[in-house]
Design a protein around this ligand. Sequence first.
Ligand code: NDP
Length: 267
Amino acid sequence: MAERYAVIGNPVAHSRSPWIHAEFARATRQDIDYGRIEAALGAFERAVDEFRAAGGRGANVTAPFKEAAFRYCGAAVSDRAREARAVNTLVFEAARVSGDNTDGAGLLRDLTANLGRPIAGKRVLLMGAGGAAQGVLGPLLAAGPARLAVANRTADKARALAQRFQGAVGGGFGDFRDEQFDLLINATSAGLANEAPPLQKAAFAPGALAYDMVYGRDTPFLALARASGAEAHDGSGMLVEQAAEAFLVWRGLRPRTAAVLAALRKR
Ligand code: NDP
C-alpha cells in the first residue's frame, strides 16, 4: 500500500508539491501518495495529529506553520532546523516525530548547481526576515560570502534575525542604500502583491544575479533586476530542490530534478 505524505499549509490549494513529489515517486519507482492538508489557523497541531493517526509517514510544512512545526517537534530537530527555528519537513515513525528544514539546501543547490553561481566571496543581499529568510540565512553564510546583508521592511526584524547569526548584518533597506551586491535574493512575499522591495538600480553590481523565491510569475523585483542589467530567476528551482531534499530525508534517495524543473516551468 502506498505510504502517505502531504503538504500542510494555509492556503495550500495552489501548492505544486503534490505534483513534484508524484513526479519524483514515478521516476524513482517509489509507492507514495502525497496530498494537501489545509489546516485552520491555530489548528496546526491537531491537523498533524490527525494525519499521523491516519497513517501519514511525513509532511512538508508551508506558510504560515513552519515555526509551529518547529515547536511541535520539541528537541527532535536537525541542526539546520534548529538554526533556522523553523521546520518544513516532518518525519513520522511510530510514536516519534522529527523535523528538518530543507529550504536552505534547496536554495543553495539551485544557485550553485543549477545556475552555476558560487556564493563564496560574493556580496549578498537577503531581503525579508520571515520564515523563508530564516531558513536560508545559515546555509548562505556557511557558503562563505564576502558580505551578507539582511534588509527588511520592518528593520528591527532583520536586525534581530542577523544578530542570531555570526557574519550577517541586518537593517532597513535604507541602511544598505549605498551598497552594490552580486547576489540579491528576494525572500519577501512582496511579489505576491505585485510589489518590489525598495531597491535602487545601483544596488545591482555588474553581472549580478537576482533571485525571487516567489515562483511561477514575473515579479516587479525581477523586472527591476533585468532593467538594471542583472540575470533574473524565480524560485521554481528552489521549490523543486527543497522537495528533492525532503524526498531524500523520507525515502533515502535523492531524485533527479532537471526534468521535473523543466516540466514545472512549462505548466
Ligand atoms: P512570511 O510571511 O514569513 O514573511 C514575509 C516577508 O515579506 C516579511 O519579511 C515581510 O516584511 C516581507 N514583505 C511582505 N510584503 C512586502 C512588501 N510589499 N514589501 C516589502 N516586504 C514585504 O513569508 P515567508 O518568509 O514564509 O515567505 C516569503 C516568500 O517566499 C513567499 O512568497 C513564499 O511563497 C516564498 N517561498 C518560496 C519558497 C520556494 O521554495 N521557492 C520556499 C519558501 C518561501 P515585514 O516583516 O515588514 O512584514
